[in-house]
Write a protein that binds this ligand. Structure first.
Ligand code: NCD
Ligand code: ZN
Length: 344
């Protein structure tokens, strides 16, 4: 069996920089036409000038013969100005601004300490139609790790959208039923991305036979009933939900240690894993809308015109991939079969 679909885009991707970026970029560029590139480098991408330089480094690393477009983002801080937002909007290559609550996840130390501080920038985004992409987790240490998304929605997102009702907002990597319900209840200016790993796994995966660092990401995997709510939303052909892998590579040594980093690498099977999830729901015919149509429609960009074909054939990712500078990267499903393969 094979399926052909309009080339998908990845609306949430971590590419890193330098040799690591050059090692992982081909996986994405082979599958996706475009990707929204996360700005959480060290130091983060805070200005249009920094985004332009980062974009140049990415495009220089695209393998010959592939047409890949990097859609850049700025990292929102307490000091992001309305002028920088206006500059971003008119740049033509910055497509969104990313809101990390300070300390919420990998490289989020420069994030927003209190959302009021970012109001001037957010007001400018609402005005100019530049989307705000949200890592939706409360950083209150008193909040249970499995409740951080739901609490963030109640405490931060609902009041934020009351204040800026026309703001284009994407709740990134939704992991809970509450996240799905929130996006559904809002008007069309609010959307959400879903990762393949949150569609395929629940939190049991992190503890199967021992502690499994390669299943640890943020927001953390949730219980099965939440996974089912996400899968149901993904296959529902609701234009508010679209593909964002959150592929987040870390060196094997940074994952397999006493305090391992959050992040799961999925770009090596970036569309194949979604095919597996959609097939499990008997909804392969709805993959194209989710993967290739809803994202560009929300961002006001044209849909891709080329296509990709997937073949129903097992293949097994290697135990580790090259991650540049002598580092190794353990991909999701290392040493285990993936039922869909990209045709060349
Ligand atoms: C991301 C990373 O490693 O940059 N990690 C993750 O677990 N998803 C950061 C993020 O998007 O939370
Ligand atoms: Zn991410």
């Amino acid at each position: 069996m094979r399926i052909t679909l309009t080339r998908p885009d990845d609306w949430h991707l971590h590419l890193r920089d330098g040799a690591a970026m050059r090692a992982v970029l081909p996986d994405t560029a082979r599958r996706f036409g475009r990707a929204i590139v996360m700005p959480n480098l060290k130091p983060p991408v805070r200005t249009v000038a920094e985004a332009a330089a980062y974009r140049d480094r990415i495009l220089a690393a695209v393998p010959e013969g592939l047409a890949f477009e990097a859609l850049m983002t700025l990292y929102l801080t307490d000091n992001t100005s309305a002028q920088e937002v206006a500059k971003a909007r008119s740049s033509g290559f910055v497509h969104a601004v990313k809101y990390y609550p300070a300390g919420a996840t990998t490289n989020a130390d420069f994030g927003v300490t209190a959302v009021e501080k970012a109001w001037p920038a957010i007001a400018a985004m609402e005005e100019q139609g530049l989307p705000l992409l949200v890592h939706g987790e409360s950083t209150d240490p008193g909040v249970d790790v499995f409740d951080r998304e739901a609490v963030f929605i109640d405490r931060v997102l609902v009041p934020l959208l009351d204040r800026f009702p026309r703001l284009k907002l994407v709740l990134e990597h939704i992991t809970t039923r509450q996240g799905i319900d929130f996006v559904r209840a809002m008007p069309a200016n609010v959307a959400g991305t879903l990762t393949a790993h949150h569609l395929l796994y629940n939190r049991n995966a992190m503890f199967k036979g021992g502690i499994r660092p390669h299943y640890y990401c943020l927001p953390v995997l949730k219980r099965e009933s939440h996974r089912q709510a996400l899968l149901e939303a993904a296959v529902s052909v609701d234009a508010k939900f679209f593909l964002g892998t959150d592929s987040a590579p870390h060196a094997q040594s940074a994952k397999e240690c006493a305090c391992g980093c959050a992040g799961i690498y999925t770009a090596h099977a970036g569309i194949e894993l979604y095919a597996e999830a959609f097939e499990s729901a008997g909804a392969l015919d709805r993959l194209e809308a989710f993967a290739s149509f809803h994202g560009p429609d929300f961002y006001g960009l044209p849909r891709n015109t080329t296509r990709v074909t997937l073949v129903r054939e097992d293949w097994t990712p290697p135990d580790a991939l090259d991650f540049g500078d002598g580092q190794r990267l353990v991909p999701l499903r290392a040493g285990e079969a993936i039922p869909w393969r990209l045709a060349h």
